[in-house]
Design a protein around this ligand. Structure first.
Ligand code: WTA
Length: 679
């Protein structure tokens, strides 16, 4: 049966356009202490200074040997930043802070349940743990520089410890978001060619114990089916008394980390000096096919970029207590919980659980107790906190100087609650637009120097030049009111190097659309296609409308419609499936699945549940659709392609456009009646 994927519908098409808002000025107190408070910085990063302007970011790091070429463009679009330089990312995030700050907190971990003790890990302690785990990986697992190691860990300090241990060895880590299913983890293990999986027995979420180790067995099985054997599964033990992992350990394959570590107590591992261009990690994300893309990030360029943007856009000073409540399993956590803040030697808070459990005051209680002064989260969390606890912030004595929103468009009224109520009107707010592929921010206001405008992320960040193109590559002028595809005219140090194992796909997805001359080695001929729709106001600020491809961003999690559809098709009764985005009050977007059954089968609630369960099994709980609609037929073109645009129109109570060319126009009314009477 066909699930041909055109014509498509995208998030940007169902986007709600809000009107231009007024500016908000940063508080004087913030400006007085900001890392970037002198407009002279715009001159240092002026376009004619590209690419050398980014030396300023690289100089925040300690290099073993300096680079000879700031940007090597000889093999486009595989840009090489700081070519010839050598460094170690773990040394930069840990060792170099020991001399002055060994007893300072590097990480503060707030676990769930909240009653459990908060754990403070000093730089000295972090150094010890990282060295011991690095020794274990090297001696016991035999990993070498360039090998890949997969983690499937929740929000525990063992995750940054494992990341930094790999970085110390020059080993490429690949963390799979803890909430993903074992099958999804196994696919990523196979794609990256990892022989080692690091996991944990279990953890609590919303008061429920998640027996996490069982997912590892599924992951190893899936990887084996795809031809990738896993030799060792390393299991951190946290709830030994409550999880079934004790019984389920596979002899010779599964090992408890605490038992292995006894051999490595006090071990010291010399950081391996890596070329700037050596890959630091892979981060998988969804795309237009069912196969996830392993975004490969570099060591020197990436670390420079997250350090620089953490300094100027997060305004991190070493004495701040900085809290980003993203999950480390996503790029935001890698860049702005672990690598950026630790490179700058600050204190980074990690918390486990959900922001509204056991009550919607949890976040503000933590901010008060730990003295958090920089806070970073996503619109979905802000919407939830606003809905469930609109007055909670006023009950707690905390004071933020800086707040970030990231990952989804934020509605102006939600932005205002964040600024006025959550931030008590005291903090500057930055709306940061970027992607897994980008390493760090692309669009934002420079907090002390550019005013905020609710609903807009702002202009391109320092040294980054976004532009909006129409389908033919013509520039859509700022202030024209027209939407188009947002692209970046130039490379920047945080840009990913390639899709792991798929260089051709990398080039095709991100660069082919607007490449001016495939033979050129001039970066100006290779604009980066971001895959988002946007409009630019006359002041140069961008409003991001959402994805223009087959990706749906649910609560800040990127889901590929192809992956959702393939998962649905694993249900025996299902003949065809289509995933479409719908506007959702809390999560920004949600997914609705439309399925048609094989001939002769009657719709049933069981089949609807089976589709949701299949999606949870293949991808994870976060991907469960808002609704599964069983329809008698899909609207199709005469050549048999499913018209997702029409389905999305019906789902969103919007205009479905011209349907006269459909092979079966009568189903439109039928589906509309079925759906809308039930919604
Ligand atoms: C969306 C998250 C509006 C966008 C860092 C992008 C945003 C996708 C914003 C990447 C923002 C991210 N305003 N939309 N400030 N930030 N997005 O890879 O559609 O998980 O393409 O990276 O999120 O999601 P990803």
């Amino acid at each position: 049966m066909t699930t041909a994927h055109e014509p498509q519908v995208s998030e940007a098409q169902i986007s709600v356009h809000w009107r231009e808002e007024d500016y908000y000025q940063p508080p004087a107190k913030f400006i007085g202490q900001a890392n970037a408070a002198d407009p002279e910085i715009f001159r240092r990063f002026a376009e004619e200074r590209f690419p050398d302007c980014f030396k300023e970011y690289a100089d925040l790091l300690s290099w073993d040997s300096y680079w000879h070429t700031t940007l090597d463009t000889s093999n486009p679009p595989f840009w090489k930043w700081f070519a010839g330089g050598r460094l170690n990312a773990c040394y930069n995030c840990v060792d170099r802070h020991l001399a002055a700050d060994r007893s300072k907190a590097a990480l503060i971990w707030v676990p769930e349940p909240e009653a459990e003790d908060t754990r403070t890990i000093t730089y000295q302690e972090l150094h010890r743990q990282v060295n011991e785990f690095a020794s274990l990986l090297r001696e016991f697992c035999g990993v070498r520089p360039g090998d890949r190691v997969t983690f499937h860990l929740p929000m525990v300090p063992e995750l940054p410890v494992a990341m930094l241990a790999c970085a110390r060895l020059g080993v490429i880590h690949s963390e799979v978001f803890g909430g993903f299913s074992g099958t999804a983890c196994g696919e990523r293990i196979a794609d990256s060619g990892s022989r080692v999986l690091v996991t944990m027995d279990g953890y609590y979420r919303n008061g429920q114990l998640v027996d996490h180790k069982t997912k590892a067995d599924e992951a190893v099985r899936t990887a084996a089916e795809r031809g990738q054997p896993v030799d060792s599964v390393l299991v951190w033990r946290r709830h030994a008394d409550r999880c079934s992992s004790q019984a389920a350990m596979v002899d010779g394959r599964d090992f408890f980390v605490d038992e292995l570590l006894t051999e490595h107590r006090g071990a010291v591992v010399t950081p391996v000096s890596m070329p700037s261009e050596a890959p630091l990690f892979l981060m998988y994300t969804s795309g237009t096919t069912a196969r996830p893309k392993g975004c490969q990030h570099s060591t020197g360029g990436y670390l420079s970029y997250v350090a620089g943007t953490s300094k100027y856009y997060q305004d991190i000073h070493p004495e701040d207590t900085y809290w980003c409540c993203a999950d480390i399993g996503w790029i935001t956590g890698h860049s702005y919980i672990v690598y950026g803040p630790l490179a700058l030697g600050t204190t980074s808070v990690i918390y486990e659980g959900s922001p509204t459990h056991p009550d919607p005051g949890r976040v503000w209680r933590i901010a008060e107790r730990l003295g958090v002064n920089i806070f970073h989260t996503a619109p979905t969390t802000i919407r939830m906190l606003r809905k469930l606890g609109p007055d909670e912030p006023g009950k707690y004595d905390y004071h933020l100087k800086h707040m970030t929103t990231v990952g989804e468009p934020i509605e102006p009224e939600v932005w205002r609650w964040y600024h006025d109520v959550a931030g008590k009107g005291e903090a500057v707010v930055v709306d940061t637009w970027w992607q897994t592929e980008n390493g760090g921010f692309l669009g934002s206001t420079l907090p002390a120097l550019q005013p905020m405008k609710p609903g807009s992320c702002g202009p391109g960040v320092l040294g980054v030049y976004p532009v909006i193109y129409d389908e033919d590559g013509n520039t859509v002028e700022a202030g024209s009111g027209s939407a188009g595809n947002i692209c970046i005219r130039n490379p920047w140090p945080g840009i990913f190097q390639t899709i792991w194992g798929q260089p051709e796909r990398f080039r095709q997805i991100y660069y082919e659309k607007y490449c001016r001359n495939p033979d050129s080695t001039d970066w100006r001929d290779w604009p980066y296609f971001a895959g988002d729709g946007a409009v630019q106001a006359a002041d140069g600020y961008f409003r991001i409308l959402g994805r223009v491809d087959d990706v749906i961003n649910v609560a800040g999690h990127r889901l590929g419609t192809k992956e959702l559809e393939s998962a649905s098709l694993t249900v025996g009764e299902v003949a065809e499936a289509a995933a479409v985005p719908v506007v959702d009050e809390l999560r920004g977007r949600a997914v609705e699945m439309y399925v048609a059954l094989k001939p002769g089968l009657a719709p049933s609630a069981e089949t609807e549940h089976a589709v949701s369960d299949a999606i949870e099994r293949e991808i994870g709980k976060i991907a469960r659709p808002k609704n599964v609609w069983i329809v008698s037929d899909m609207p199709k073109t005469r050549s048999g392609k499913i018209m997702r645009r029409v389905i999305a129109g019906i789902s969103n109570f919007a205009d479905v456009g011209d349907v006269s060319t459909l092979a079966n126009p009568e189903v439109v009314e039928e589906i509309r009646h079925h759906i809308q009477s039930d919604k």
